[in-house]
Design a protein around this ligand. Structure first.
Ligand code: G3P
Ligand code: CA
Length: 259
């Protein structure tokens, strides 16, 4: 069972900035995370993958094409997978221009750089391990990086999540003090098994019902809903008593919760 997150300062829902304040700044960059802080988010979410030389970097897609200029910088490297380039190569990429000229020169951050840059902030972290099956051993490497930044291991500051539930079982064994979350919607019959190692069930909000939220809470699990950008959907989910809302627009959720 999860303890009450310390970043949850009031009875209100936890605001989680999805890939940072990603409606307003390039996703998974330090700029987007700082913007999340400025927009009163309680936590920021990010996606971790691995380069060819096993360095942990932030990237949502398994290829670099959507959010960097990799095709221009490395024309011979199709299909431009994260796992096929070294960190030195990834660091040559511009991860901001695709979003807007103002963000030109933004770099793909490593997990370590992010933990350092945001360590002194008041924010909590929702860390997603993306496609762990592509990166055997990534759970241990993430755990090692977190141990290097113990400020993130303070109770209530960090949740690790994945769509790959086996990976989360593995991570839970490696760092049992860190709550893990399962992305997806486990069947109600699966919840007792899930509760043996997970603390969160983080679900797509579209078909979520108040009854499902009650069933999750009945197993002493917490529930975050994603990815919610409209005030009406935010209000509906708050009425269902979800514990957190993952949004590209933390400022909108702040308006809903403080208005
Ligand atoms: O945190 C929930 C959300 O990040 C899961 O979907 O595709 O944005 O990683 P995705
Ligand atoms: Ca994610």
């Amino acid at each position: 069972a999860a303890a009450t997150p310390s970043h949850r300062r009031t009875a209100e829902v936890v605001t989680v900035a999805h890939r940072g304040a990603s409606a307003y700044a390039p996703e998974n960059t330090i700029t987007a995370f700082r913007m999340a802080r400025d927009q009163h988010a309680h936590m920021f979410e990010l996606d971790v993958q691995e380069t060819k030389d096993h360095k942990l970097v932030l990237m949502h897609d398994t290829t670099l094409t959507r959010t960097t200029n990799v095709e221009r910088v490395f024309p011979g490297h199709a299909p431009w997978r994260v796992r096929d380039l070294t960190l030195a190569q990834v660091k040559k990429l511009d991860a901001g221009s695709w979003f807007g000229r103002a963000y030109r020169g933004e770099r793909v951050p490593t997990l370590g750089e992010t933990l350092r840059a945001m360590g002194g902030s008041r924010l909590g972290l929702l860390l997603e391990i993306k496609e762990p099956r592509l990166y055997p051993g990534i759970e241990a490497r993430v755990a090692l990086e977190l141990r290097r930044h113990p400020e993130w291991l303070r109770p209530g500051r960090l949740v690790v999540q994945s769509f790959d539930w086996t990976s989360m079982r593995r991570f839970h064994r490696l760092l049992p003090a860190v709550p893990v979350g399962l992305l997806g919607t486990p069947a109600s019959s699966q919840l007792p098994g899930v509760a043996t190692y997970a603390s969160y069930v983080n679900v797509p909000y579209g078909r979520l019902s108040a009854a499902y939220v009650r069933r999750v809470h009945g197993r002493h699990l917490r529930l975050f809903a994603w990815t919610v950008d409209s005030p009406s959907a935010m209000r509906r989910l708050i009425s269902y008593k979800v514990d957190g809302i993952i949004t590209d627009k933390p400022d909108v959720l702040h308006g809903v919760t403080s208005g």
